[in-house]
Write a protein that binds this ligand. Structure first.
Ligand code: NAD
Length: 486
């Protein structure tokens, strides 16, 4: 066991679930090991909470909901502000826990903590602005008051690639709206969630408002989706699991927010600023080692600049530093686990067998934890990496001739999360921006994630939006109160 050392506040590292204000082990005694992806060694254990204790967490959330929903908005806002301040105070420890369980370089982990905390701040502010409206009624003796009410107990299921921010992006608006939550973090990265639970408790958020259940997903997920007390599921993860959970929620008709997989195109037109496009490609492709839902998966380059772009990007890819996330200067950490490495290798081998070539490759430490960043030329739509998220540091270049061809290639996927394109022509910018069927589009930028802008996808990338002004609406119901006889 190699527990994280160097934490200023070791109490943030918890190996217990949080149910109704109590830190508990599984009544069955079962636990799940969590490994450090940089070493493959066990980092700690968390309880494997089954269906029965998940039910207890839902009941605790329901009891807490009865009073939390009635708290004045300003009080909920003040508690969220305190939670935010504690996250800022403990940012270094939160980042270290995150890097040790997830692998990303410490600088990126710090960035994620700041990003994650920003949602708590933002929705603390939004909590004060939940209001309704009065509609003039057709009959003279009536008023119609439109009110916003919290949806109720919300199940929050999150992935391993952003173990902090994917939680706060959901929990902060839920709490601001007056909902209570049962969080099920990824079994690969539960410690960041549990550290957030410690800080929520210290902030004075009442017991039962935030519950965290850890362990293997199927039993917990079955209870969270079937239990009628849970009124809402907010899920971030793969399209495959999202659609299973959607089906499981159907019998009890729950509200759904789904942030699912992507297959982002990154288009470089002949008239692009190539140096800017290279910077954008590096940022959007290699962030988090390529393990991001908005990472560019397919880089489409117009024939006239294909060779020049490939050369510039290749030089950058070759120079990338790969190693443990805790080592200074490392840009690409270990991949999350062996299946992730297998998928990357499978995609590269498949592409090479179908005619792709390696244009540039970085060096990675030996061992099964690391994938070397690689630039592939001559990618085609027949290759697996064209239709599936690789979720690793593989950058395939596809050549195209015309704008129409690029748009058709970009849209030729069942996913619709993020897309990027580079051009210096404002007419083309407007045309292509409108033609791309994605929830988020970046023009001359490789980044579309910010607290203030709606985040989410179309098609099989999901339902609903997170962040921004609209993020809180996902946790609010609209009630029309018709008052007659006035
Ligand atoms: P995943 O779908 O395997 O797991 C996501 C979560 O679902 C985890 O907590 C997992 O334990 C849980 N889960 C799995 N099976 C379950 C079941 N039967 N019942 C209940 N819960 C279950 O995804 P992942 O590998 O953790 O994350 C990577 C995926 O997430 C990628 O596809 C990526 O694109 C996507 N993602 C999307 C966004 C977005 O905002 N759209 C953000 C980050 C990641």
């Amino acid at each position: 066991m190699t527990k994280p050392t160097g934490l200023a506040d070791p109490d943030l590292f918890r190996e217990a679930a949080l149910i109704g204000g109590q830190w508990v082990q599984a009544t069955s005694g079962a636990s799940v090991e969590v490994t450090d992806p940089a070493t493959g060694k066990v980092l700690g254990r968390v309880p494997d909470i089954g269906a029965e204790q998940t039910r207890a967490a839902i009941d605790a959330a329901d009891r807490a909901f009865q009073s939390w929903r009635k708290r004045p908005h300003a009080e909920r806002a003040a508690l969220l502000e305190r939670w935010f301040a504690l996250m800022e105070d403990h940012a270094d420890d939160l980042a270290l826990i995150l890097t040790r369980e997830q692998g990303k370089p410490l600088a990126e982990a710090k960035g994620e903590i700041a990003y994650g905390a920003s949602f708590v701040k933002w929705f603390a502010e939004e909590a004060r602005r939940i209001d309704g409206s009065v509609i003039p009624a057709p009959a003279g003796d009536r008023q119609i008051v439109v009110m916003k009410e919290p949806v109720g107990v919300s199940a929050i299921i999150t992935p391993w690639n952003f173990p902090n921010a994917m939680i706060t992006r959901k929990v902060a608006p839920a709490l601001a709206a007056g909902c209570t939550v049962v969080i099920k973090p990824s079994e690969f990265t539960p410690f960041s969630a549990l550290a957030l639970g410690v800080l929520a408790e210290r902030a004075g958020i009442p017991e039962g408002v935030v519950n965290i259940v850890t362990g293997m997903p199927a039993a917990i997920g079955a209870e969270l989706t079937a239990n009628p007390t849970v009124r809402k599921l907010s899920f971030t993860g793969s399209t495959r699991v999202g659609s299973i959970l959607m089906a499981q929620c159907a019998p009890s008709v729950k509200r759904l927010s789904l942030e699912l997989g992507g297959n982002a195109p990154f288009i470089v037109f002949d008239d692009a600023d190539l140096d800017a496009a290279v910077e954008g490609a590096i940022a959007s492709k290699f962030r988090n080692g390529g393990q991001t839902c908005v990472c560019s998966n397919r880089i489409l380059v117009q024939a006239g600049v294909y060779d020049a772009f490939a050369q510039k990007l290749g030089a950058r890819v070759k120079a990338m530093r790969v190693g443990p996330g805790t080592e200074a200067g490392v840009e690409i950490g270990p991949m999350i686990n062996a299946p992730a490495i297998d998928k990357i290798r499978r995609h590269v081998a498949d592409a090479l067998s179908k005619g792709a070539t390696i244009l540039a490759e970085a060096t990675a430490p030996s061992g099964d934890q690391y994938a070397a960043p690689v630039l592939l030329g001559g990618a085609t739509t027949e290759m697996e990496l064209a239709s599936e998220e690789t979720f690793g540091p593989v950058a395939p270049l596809f050549r195209f001739e015309t704008e129409d061809e690029a748009v058709a290639l970009a849209n030729g996927t069942p996913y619709g999360l993020a897309a990027y394109f580079y051009t210096e022509s404002h007419k083309r910018a407007w045309r292509v921006g409108q033609a791309l069927e994605f929830g988020m589009v970046g023009l001359n930028t490789g980044s579309v994630s910010t607290t203030v802008s709606p985040f989410g996808g179309v098609k099989q990338s999901g339902l609903g939006r997170e962040g921004a002004r609209v993020g809180i609406d996902e946790y609010l119901e609209t009630k029309a109160f018709h008052m007659a006889g006035l």
